[in-house]
Design a protein around this ligand. Structure first.
Ligand SMILES: Nc1ncnc2c1ncn2[C@@H]1O[C@H](COP(=O)(O)OP(=O)(O)O)[C@@H](O)[C@H]1O
Ligand SMILES: [Mg+2]
Length: 364
């Protein structure tokens, strides 16, 4: 913003400080003058024979110069003291301004770190430091994400390139197999791109909210994935109360599908179980997806939501996802003002809980 130059706060503070000092001085002298007039003999306005007031004249003559000197001193003292005091008061402000300019210039690692005991300036500086720390962490996370996403996207492209190179140097090869492999690699690239798009869409929070029943969504997601569970010899058990929430049907379905899909593909190789439960809590609703599987430690579990983080999996199946499933769940949950909690299930496997605010009662 372009602003016209104006007097500095230091000057304004100095002027008001000096102004108040002078005003106080004048008032004090006025009171003293009144008192003197009253109690000094001959000063109380009694006229001497001859028509004048000798007491007053005498008082004025001896009092006025002293007042003049005192006021002059107050003026100098007010300006000088005010200037110095205001300068000292405003030192933290210039440090804060300096830090703001640096941040605006792109340096987020700088901190103000104002020393001293708490006051308004220190509170502002601390709040500013906290904001910078948060911004810095967010930017670092975004950069990490972009680097990971580029890396993940490059993989299928590089594989495609290799397949094409091999085909060019060996024209006698079976093209049907090549096409199948190219198609598989391409599908993976599309999946990844779609997951990335979904992630950014959920993060933008720009969806319309409608009243939906989470237990119905859970039922639909489970039904769609039933064939996959069947292939792997898994049983899925669903339990559902009526669980109304306000949100995007499509996004909540995606969230539930990701959780149930994970519970199926990261399960035991055979005879595993998946439990899907929608329940009502005071003021909130919860969706719990639990599954049997490998023993997981709390340390490993805490990293799983990170984008592109895949757990320690010995067997890589074709259903291995792109590593964004839980990141998408978290993003959708957050966009719905809810929370995602992951915990190792006792006996192996994972326990994922999504809590969302309950929809207000319908109708009026
Ligand atoms: N229900 C689950 N049971 C066991 N491990 C899981 C479960 N869900 C996720 N994981 C682990 O978390 C990792 C990340 O999950 P996700 O973000 O969905 O990525 P992806 O499924 O694409 O690998 C998985 O690779 C897996 O190791
Ligand atoms: Mg997944």
């Amino acid at each position: 913003m372009d602003r016209a130059p104006g007097p500095s706060v230091r000057l304004k503070l100095t002027l008001s400080y000096a102004g108040f000092l002078i005003l106080a001085g004048i008032l004090t002298f006025a009171v003293v003058w009144m008192v003197l007039l009253r109690y000094v003999p001959g000063g109380n306005g009694i006229r001497a024979p001859g028509g004048h007031f000798p007491g007053q004249e005498f008082l004025l003559r001896s009092f006025a110069p002293a007042v003049g000197i005192a006021l002059g001193f107050l003026l100098v003292f007010g300006f000088l003291g005010g200037w110095i005091l205001a300068g000292r008061m405003l030192v933290p402000l210039s440090r804060i301004t300096d830090a703001t300019r640096r941040a605006a210039g792109g340096s987020l690692s700088h901190r103000i770190r104002l020393p001293g005991r708490t006051d308004e300036f220190r509170e502002l500086a601390d709040a500013f430091d906290a904001m910078l720390a948060r911004l810095e962490a967010d930017v670092a996370e975004q950069q990490r994400f972009a680097a990971n996403a580029s890396h993940e996207l490059r993989t299928p492209l590089a594989i495609t390139q290799t397949l094409l190179d091999v085909a060019r140097h060996d024209p006698g090869r079976d093209t049907a197999e090549l096409i199948d492999r190219l198609r598989a690699v391409n599908t993976r690239a599309i999946d990844l791109t779609e997951a990335l798009l979904l992630l950014s869409r959920a993060g933008r929070r720009s969806f319309t909210r409608e009243r939906v029943d989470l237990s119905l969504i859970a039922e639909e997601a489970t039904e769609t994935l039933l064939p996959l569970a069947g292939e792997r010899g898994l049983t899925i058990q669903t339990f559902g109360d009526l669980t109304p929430v306000l949100g995007s049907y499509a996004l909540l379905l995606q969230m539930t599908t990701n959780l149930v899909h994970n519970a199926i593909v990261h399960n035991l190789p055979e005879r595993g179980t998946v439990w899907v439960t929608a329940s009502v809590l005071p003021g909130a609703v919860a969706l719990t997806v639990a599954n049997t599987g490998e023993e997981l430690t709390a340390d490993v579990v805490s990293t799983l939501v990170e984008p592109f983080q895949r757990g320690t999996q010995r067997v890589r199946t074709d259903d291995a996802g792109v590593g964004l499933g839980l990141a998408i769940v978290k993003s959708i949950t957050r966009a719905h003002d809810g929370t995602l909690t992951l915990a190792p299930r006792s006996g192996g496997g994972l326990l994922a809980t999504v809590q969302l605010p309950a929809a207000p009662p319908a109708g009026g």
